[in-house]
Structures are given as C-alpha cells and as structure tokens.
Design a protein. Sequence first.
Length: 168
Amino acid sequence: MLPPASSGPGRPIARRSCRQPAPLPTQTQTATATPPTAERFGYIRSVSTAGPTATLAFDEAEFLTGREAQKAAEEDGVVERGEPVPNDYYIRNPDKSTRTIPIATDAKITAKRCPLCRHGKPGELDSFLASFAKGRQTYAEPYRGKFALYWLRIEDGRVVGVDEQYVP
C-alpha cells in the first residue's frame, strides 16, 4: 500500500486510479443563450394544417453550384467527367425521406432567392400553405407549393422562415 501523497507538509493529495479518467470540466449555459438557427435546403413534400400547429414534411437535399456541383454530379454519375452540369447547379438528394417540422404562426415567407416569385416581395403564410393543395403552378402564381425548392430557417425545432429557390 502506498503512503498518502502530499502537496506539501501536512496536506494530502487525492490519488486517482489509472483506470478512472479525471472528470472533464463542465460548461454551464445561461438561460439567455441564443438557440442555434439552422438553414436547410430541400423539398416541402406536403403540409398539414389539421392540428393546433401547421406542420410540413421536409425532404432535405443539397443545392450545389460551381465546382462543388460539378464534382458531386460526376461522383453521382449524373454527368460524364468534364461534361458541365446544366445551369451550373446540381441538387443532390440521395435520401428521399421526410421529417415533420412544425411551422411558426408568424413564419416569414420570402423570395430573396427567387426574384420572379411575387416580384421578390414577402408572402403570406396562409396563402403559402394553401398552395400545397393545388396542382402545378407557374411563376405567374404567387406560390408554387410542392413543385418548388425551398430554404427553411429553423429555430428551436420549428420553421420560422421559408425562402423559395429559383431554378431555371
């Protein structure tokens, strides 16, 4: 048995077994910490307004441009090596599964990435949600429902912003 270790005269030091790692320092979070905001690209496959909170079925994908699009399209066998991707963008979506996300009643509907959509002006949530019950729509319509591509801004697990992505 080892004698007690000391950090000086009369002060014992606690020994740790080699088998137990030292506890890691902990970080405390304050109640004022801002929750992370995520922006995700993909398809809104459907919406539901049946419950107390509207929800959407979101199929996340990747919107790639430039060299990144070219490399991904070649890797996926969509274009031959050296063949340019059409319109310099590629949407990678190997997993077509959806997740249901609640949408805030004050969610902002924007068209920053789609100047043809409502002439770039903000939209209204109720009209946006209603567009998912309609058939195919053109850019002459204010919303394209499930036939468009979207960027979602998600905070605290709910959608607080929807921006439509223009594609030629």
